[in-house]
Design a protein around this ligand. Sequence first.
Ligand code: ZN
Length: 303
Amino acid sequence: MAEPICCGDYLVERVPVEEERQKLEIEEVYTAQITPQQTARALQFASKMLPRLDGLEHVKRIKRETGDTVLHVILCQCKALDRDQLDGRLRDTEWADLDIAVGRVPTTPPYTREQFDEWRTLWPVAYRPLVKLKAPSFSDDEKAYIQMCLRRVEELQEGAASGRSVAAAIGNPNTRQVVAEARDATAESGNPLRHAVLCCISLVAEREVAREADRAQKRPASPPETGGGGDGGYLCDSMDVFTTREPCVMCSMALVHSRIGRLFFIDPSSGGGGISRYSMHSRKQLNHHFVCFQCTRAGKRAL
Ligand SMILES: [Zn+2]
């Protein structure tokens, strides 16, 4: 796991994505012992006469144990054929007397070095590290901007009437300015949806509506760099979101829909967080992903 990056008062640590949390899942395959000389013919037979391996592109077909003179070859997945069907396909071929066993292979590719080291003990697998797992780096200006935004949401939260409030801000990573900020307004509005993150998105949306109205009336438009409304036609395209508490599932989904670029949160949610519990920033089923960082005040880390 990447080391936390120091941004002034804060230690900023990337939150693992769904793939990095992937636990080892296994599935069964039929394997057979062959000699090295039989390899090419065995693979040819398997490709012509046996079902193709489905979703196991990361699994190597052949395993050689150290010091062993025989190889173990995967014939096919057990889910593709039952044992009688397999025997039927081998009957009356040169492979009729093969010593068949059931082996176990990882269902998904390893995404991290740790997964690779663990999973390959089961069966040889290929390892291609994900580009998105590269350790993040921030320039000094960017670190100052991140610290400024995190301080801003903490100050906003401290100014709240209720000590348990949440504050959020949206920052533009290009101009390094805060473009919207809000506190949780559920109590005073009586509206259970007025979470801080949703209030910030609403502010960007309202400004966008006003700008569109300006355009329609051919009046000079508000300067776009201060208002969000990303280039891709999505409200917060590539924007940064800063919040004192990890967003709930509803807010995390709103961040996915708004196409934000990065999320920085300070306190983890106790139990129902959209990030720590559901990896909403990186779910394969969702059509947008963002990078997420948990930020700890440097002095608070030991608490
Ligand atoms: Zn929420």
